[in-house]
Design a protein around this ligand. Sequence first.
Ligand SMILES: *[C@@H]1O[C@H](CO)[C@@H](O)[C@H](O)[C@H]1NC(C)=O
Ligand SMILES: *[C@@H]1O[C@H](CO)[C@@H](O)[C@H](O)[C@H]1NC(C)=O
Ligand SMILES: *[C@@H]1O[C@H](CO)[C@@H](O)[C@H](O)[C@H]1NC(C)=O
Ligand SMILES: *[C@@H]1O[C@H](CO)[C@@H](O)[C@H](O)[C@H]1NC(C)=O
Ligand SMILES: *[C@@H]1O[C@H](CO)[C@@H](O)[C@H](O)[C@H]1NC(C)=O
Ligand SMILES: *[C@@H]1O[C@H](CO)[C@@H](O)[C@H](O)[C@H]1NC(C)=O
Ligand SMILES: *[C@@H]1O[C@H](CO)[C@@H](O)[C@H](O)[C@H]1NC(C)=O
Ligand SMILES: *[C@@H]1O[C@H](CO)[C@@H](O)[C@H](O)[C@H]1NC(C)=O
Length: 303
Amino acid sequence: MARNMKMTTITAAILALSLFSFAQTISSQQVLVVGDRLGWTIPPAGPAPYDAWAASHIFVAGDILVFNFKNGDQDVARVTREEFLTCNTTNPMEVKKTNPANFTLNSKGDWYFTSTLDRHCELGQKLAVHVLASGPSPRPQPKPRGPRNFTVGGPLGWIVPPAGEIVYISWARTKTFRVGDALVFWFINGTQDVAEVKKEDYEKCETNKSMAVYSSSPVRIVLNTTGEHFYTSTYHDHCALGQKLAINVTSNTSSSPSSSSSESAFSPEAAMPPSTPGSSASRVLSAYMPPFLAFIAMAFFYY
Ligand SMILES: *[C@@H]1O[C@H](CO)[C@@H](O)[C@H](O)[C@H]1NC(C)=O
Ligand SMILES: *[C@@H]1O[C@H](CO)[C@@H](O)[C@H](O)[C@H]1NC(C)=O
Ligand SMILES: *[C@@H]1O[C@H](CO)[C@@H](O)[C@H](O)[C@H]1NC(C)=O
Ligand SMILES: *[C@@H]1O[C@H](CO)[C@@H](O)[C@H](O)[C@H]1NC(C)=O
Ligand SMILES: *[C@@H]1O[C@H](CO)[C@@H](O)[C@H](O)[C@H]1NC(C)=O
Ligand SMILES: *[C@@H]1O[C@H](CO)[C@@H](O)[C@H](O)[C@H]1NC(C)=O
Ligand SMILES: *[C@@H]1O[C@H](CO)[C@@H](O)[C@H](O)[C@H]1NC(C)=O
Ligand SMILES: *[C@@H]1O[C@H](CO)[C@@H](O)[C@H](O)[C@H]1NC(C)=O
């Protein structure tokens, strides 16, 4: 019962955020890859990634959702709201077992997806999307933005990235960081840390002169100076394996011309509600933390 109420809260948040993200670009028919790079899997540690993914997109009737996964290890079930909230997958509306599983969102309203496999739903492999009859028109102009929290790596969180440092390079490339914004690093305590390092140490992967090291997830670092900032993990080989982030921070007083519409104003991380410790979603998620440890290796594998 208590969990249902939390889930209802999350769902309400998802729907509210879907509406909030109206200002995003609309095209006639979109093909949307669920979870982007993460694909469709039991999510790794961090704020609920499929909530964040849904909150960062606008779904319009006719759009196609593509679920990418490893055949045999996942399936995709369309379920009712009630089944979604209770993780009841005994009698789903539709199940697709072959990768990629495509669903055409052919009617407006709320669509709910999960996996029927053992405990996948309980572990956070669930997606709710709100589908609009048509895209908003004319497109609203984005407002100048206030300070933001950016969840580093998006749904992947802060890990040794399976695909190497390109993961954090491409994550940073699509964002504009301003003074006053914050980076939020999510990881499993004791498996990573966050070290703030100088440029030359970042390049050489030397962490013995780190300016600061933080070890308790989530780590929130406020960007209070302009220029380049460099982060890595002091754990053995993590830097060499690509767990490193370089960003450029710009002044928050510089005027934000129309170009801002194409970058971070509506990035998934910016809209992600559970990036703050203590939010209802992260509390639900942290309740599932122990099983996550067992599944984290699987998440690497599927990536
Ligand atoms: C699960 O849903 C089915 C119908 O879809 C229902 O018959 C069944 O009673 C539900 N099980 C639980 C435990 O709620
Ligand atoms: C699913 O969509 C992807 C991306 O558009 C496409 O490449 C693939 O062929 C589609 N698969 C099926 C079974 O329709
Ligand atoms: C800009 O950053 C400064 C220093 O962090 C902060 O005091 C100020 O409120 C910020 N202004 C805006 C518009 O975010
Ligand atoms: C840091 O480590 C490097 C080699 O990993 C070493 O050459 C250097 O002397 C160390 N610096 C300090 C201050 O310990
Ligand atoms: C990490 O440890 C800190 C302090 O012990 C705790 O507050 C926090 O919730 C832990 N984070 C996670 C993700 O388990
Ligand atoms: C800059 O950020 C750090 C880390 O978030 C904080 O400890 C420090 O007080 C900040 N400095 C200023 C001048 O705001
Ligand atoms: C930051 O911006 C400067 C100037 O545009 C550029 O030379 C530098 O490579 C950038 N650094 C990062 C980490 O993106
Ligand atoms: C960013 O996170 C901090 C700490 O959790 C929170 O107080 C703040 O309201 C958040 N800011 C935004 C814009 O979400």
